[in-house]
Ligand binder design. Structure first.
Ligand SMILES: CC(C)(COP(=O)([O-])OP(=O)([O-])OC[C@H]1O[C@@H](n2cnc3c(N)ncnc32)[C@H](O)[C@@H]1OP(=O)([O-])[O-])[C@@H](O)C(=O)NCCC(=O)NCCSC(=O)C[C@@](C)(O)CC(=O)[O-]
Length: 197
């Protein structure tokens, strides 16, 4: 019988599939998560963030309705911006699914990312569900302060692995971007605002 990679064993032990798959060996009680994560080096938990309203919509080049966003029957139409109330309705529906975190918009230049120009209106328009976090992108202090003024309670900074993408994306070098993120992180710490990288 072939050996099963430890990562697969780790996953299967979570799924209690050990009992059904004789090739893995005698079924054993899954180890305590803390012991398991120590043994495998894997984190004890992972945080899943829904980024559709930001990462998805930021690239939309068309005026799409909520129905089209949800059911993807995009019809050809003129170049326009996804309406703010459509974004808000999408986020409000996502909040009802039990997601723990929904990235709702980004506080960046509207010249660079016109789809996110209504970031203040989106922040102010969404229903805040208890237990759900609503992080926003803030690449620099200007964006951070604007986000806090609009009611943001969690921010995200974002870097690049290559100099070319860093320049293309946020118009600065990786080094410069880290300096900007440090400024955001210091201000956020002073205001007890969580920062996700
Ligand atoms: C970062 C900047 C603003 C730098 O842009 P810049 O031109 O280097 O900044 P600047 O300081 O020269 O300012 C230029 C203009 O932008 C304004 N400005 C300056 N900062 C802000 C701000 N925060 N919010 C709003 N406006 C801002 C500033 O006030 C000025 O306005 P003007 O005087 O021309 O009227 C620009 O490069 C930008 O907005 N880039 C877009 C970044 C972006 O959103 N990219 C897509 C998201 S990243 C991504 O999708 C990858 C990711 C995150 O999803 C991967 C993952 O999920 O892990």
């Amino acid at each position: 019988m072939g050996t099963v990679p430890s990562a697969l064993k780790h996953c299967l032990s979570h799924q209690h599939l050990l009992k059904e798959q004789p090739w893995i060996g005698e079924p054993t009680a899954p180890p305590h998560p803390a012991q398991e994560s120590q043994a495998s080096g894997l984190p004890e938990y992972i945080k899943i963030v829904e980024v559709g309203p930001r990462d998805g919509l930021q690239n939309e080049k068309k005026n799409v309705s909520l129905h089209e966003i949800l059911y993807d029957n995009m019809s050809p139409c003129s170049q326009a911006i996804v309406p703010t109330d459509t974004k808000i309705e999408l986020i409000n529906r996502l909040s009802k699914t039990g997601l723990p975190a929904i990235e709702v918009t980004s506080f960046v230049s509207s010249k660079w990312v016109p789809q996110m120009a209504d970031h203040k209106e989106v922040m102010r328009g969404i229903e805040r569900h208890p237990g759900v976090q609503y992080p926003v992108l803030t690449p620099n202090l200007k964006g951070f302060h604007s986000a806090i003024a609009a009611g943001a309670t969690e921010v995200s900074v974002f870097g690049a692995a290559s100099e070319s993408f860093s320049k293309m994306n946020i118009n600065c070098s990786i080094e410069e971007s880290i300096e900007k993120f440090e400024e955001v992180a210091k201000s956020a710490r002073n205001m007890n605002i969580p920062v996700r990288g």
